[in-house]
Design a protein around this ligand. Sequence first.
Ligand SMILES: [Mg+2]
Length: 218
Amino acid sequence: MTSPLKIGVDIDGVLVDTDNIAYLNYCETVLGWNIDYPEFKRSHSWPASTGKTAVDMAVAFRGFLSTSEHSQKPVSGACDFLLKISRKADIFLITARKDTLKDITEEFVNNYLSEISNVTLSMDNHENKTPRLLEYELDYFIDDSITEISKIIEADNLKTQIIPFPTFHIQSDWSKIKNNKNIIWLDVWNHVNDNLDKKQKEAVQKKAWEEISQRICF
Ligand SMILES: [Mg+2]
């Protein structure tokens, strides 16, 4: 019997419908922080765009998620398709969320992914997610951040196939990494544009998950 595939999945923006801009707005209006939105657009980095430490950001993120409006909700289609994928593959959740957010992250896993038994949670990958990809020898890794993906594809002898997940909370210029040999572009990217309404965006993300499951499972 061949060993199962290994699939790595980022959490925020891929599994949990986390609105980065709403979070930064929360930091600005509720906590009184100065936010550099152009810097966030450039780097997709919370500390760089707020001048705060990762520890400060984790405390603020907990506060943000505790508001009813922004509590953790799954990305459309994510849980159903991940369950389907888990029948063919072991699942590794690889997040930059700090360990101090372990309880609320486990709460999401328990609430929405309880039917998946073969799931490993790896937290606090702030500096770089690449060591985890190499350590787990992942076949695929799904992430919505161009910053993370750009760092990962620099690794020597990378065997993992990287799947960029469509994101709408920030506009990223993916052109620089468009032709990288490790990247799989989903067909659904042809439908990503600036003019989609909420329902259409959700449909794109659900379609992305469906496409990922088709590619991995068949
Ligand atoms: Mg993300």
